[in-house]
Design a protein around this ligand. Structure first.
Ligand code: ATP
Length: 441
């Protein structure tokens, strides 16, 4: 993990938050290549979850919601971590992490009685901080989709089964943030709420588990680093009847996430939330949230199957999985073998001889043209070997070099990141060549 963290900082993927002020406990800022990777990942998810399906639509709800939402959802009552403090070293621990010991794991000091900490961040709306203006930052994006169930039915005339999909920030006042971006207090979720007839819920749960597992595999995660794990009854959240986690074998340097047993930790959870949420919102809001089935003339509350993944955890998993070090001609080669759809930069355009103005101009012209279809960068700030190594480290699938010969034969050299093979391509064919290799960006 230390190597991934170092690469992320060195190559502009992820920086410690508020770095010049000494940081702010486990907050992270995505730099230029980090944000490209993250956006590519979200685009891939949106394409697979919304655009490629006939039964899922997207939405984008507000982060701040009426506090009644959190009463209805059970988050005010149930969204707690039990924690203890060490009376000697003053460190705080989650009770679930203590493995039945009643002594401090750091200094063996005595511990306080367990106390409950609500994980929701509080804030105030308006100029006056009073009880009436108390709001919460949403701890999950899901509720924004549940409270809009009626609006969606009325405006989009959907028939069951159908889903809503959303990507957005969520906030949890985690007691033990850590392991880089794995557990933070501010993070992004990508969630689908899939509404089904209760009789279909078990079948649809299985389908979504497969669908979501395959999404990671198709984008390049290695089989041996991904697994499914079904929750036992005592692990289930207050709203869930069944849940399977997709877990990734994260390269945590310590024992990692102890609750999950070593480095295998949750990447995404796929749960059967039953009709808990819709019934609760109907009860607290007084609004009718039942579904009317025109064929059977029945009214009922649909069940909800929820695939809920973390954007930041997925970025970390893809980075970890793609990272490797090789020895090439006596030198270390750090390589990110990211899937082409995820790679931050698709093509790097590198002139071999910057002293020749015609070469620089030709390289810049090619870059300008390719940019219309792919995210490309132009770089002439080092010798070619170093430029290749930089692109390998950020996972760029192709480098295109322009040399003296290019001025005469109107061809350029294209080098593939994965095979390290080079081939000469005619300049008027490069756009078609990359469309074939990369697909439409
Ligand atoms: P964990 O058991 O790791 O705390 P969770 O079961 O509480 O996670 P969910 O409520 O199922 O998580 O949230 C869905 C997804 O959101 C998780 O699978 C994870 O990818 C992401 N997520 C949840 N909490 C965090 C966090 N603190 N930091 C980063 N991502 C998170």
């Amino acid at each position: 993990m230390d190597k991934i963290v170092a690469l992320c900082k060195r190559r502009g993927f992820i920086f410690p938050g508020s770095d010049i002020y000494g940081g702010l406990s486990n907050t992270w800022d995505y730099g230029p290549y980090g944000v490209e990777l993250k956006n590519n990942l979200k685009r891939s998810w949106w394409k697979a979850s919304v655009h490629n399906r006939d039964d899922v639509l997207g939405m984008d709800a507000a982060i701040l919601m009426n506090p009644e939402v959190w009463k209805a959802s059970g988050h005010l009552e149930n969204f707690y971590d039990l924690k203890v403090d060490c009376k000697s070293c003053k460190k705080r621990f989650k009770v679930v992490d203590l493995k039945e010991s009643n002594k401090c794991p750091e200094c063996s000091g005595d511990l306080t009685e367990p106390r409950q900490f609500n994980l929701m961040f509080k804030t105030h709306q308006g100029a006056v901080e009073e009880e009436a203006s108390l709001l919460y930052l949403r701890p999950e994006t899901a509720q924004g989709m549940f409270v809009n169930f009626g609006n969606i039915i009325d405006s989009c005339h959907l028939k069951l089964p159908f889903g809503l999909a959303q990507i957005g920030k969520a906030f949890r006042n985690e007691i033990t943030p850590g392991n880089f971006t794995f557990r933070t207090r501010e993070f992004e979720q990508m969630e689908i709420e899939y509404f089904v007839h209760p009789d279909e819920a078990d079948k649809k749960l299985e389908e979504w588990i497969e669908e979501r597992y395959n999404w990671y595999i198709n984008l390049g995660i290695k089989n041996e680093n991904l697994r499914k794990r079904e929750h036992s009854n005592d692990e289930l959240a207050h709203y869930a009847r069944a849940c399977t986690d997709i877990e990734y074998k994260f390269p945590f340097s310590s024992a990692g996430e102890s609750a999950c047993g070593g480095a295998w930790s949750e990447l995404e959870g796929i749960a059967n939330r039953t009709d808990f949420d819709l019934k609760q919102h109907a009860k607290i809001s007084g609004k009718d949230l039942e579904y009317f089935d025109a064929e059977s003339k029945q009214r009922f509350y649909p069940y909800i199957i929820e695939p809920s993944g973390g954007v930041d955890r997925a970025v970390l998993a893809f980075l970890s999985d793609a990272y490797s070090e090789q020895e090439v001609r006596g030198r270390k080669r750090v390589l990110l073998s990211l899937h082409k759809d995820l790679a931050p930069v698709k093509i790097a355009i590198l002139p071999l001889l910057t002293k020749r103005a015609e070469i620089v101009k030709l390289a810049k012209d090619i870059c300008g043209n390719l940019k219309k279809q792919f995210y490309c960068v132009y770089d002439d700030t080092a010798a070619i070997g170093k430029l290749y190594r930089r692109q390998d480290e950020i996972g760029t699938p192709y480098c295109l070099t322009v040399d003296v010969q290019s001025l005469e034969d109107k061809q350029v050299t294209v080098r593939s990141r994965d095979s390290m093979q080079q081939e000469r391509i005619s300049i008027d064919q490069v756009a078609a060549y990359f469309r074939d290799k990369l697909g439409q960006d």
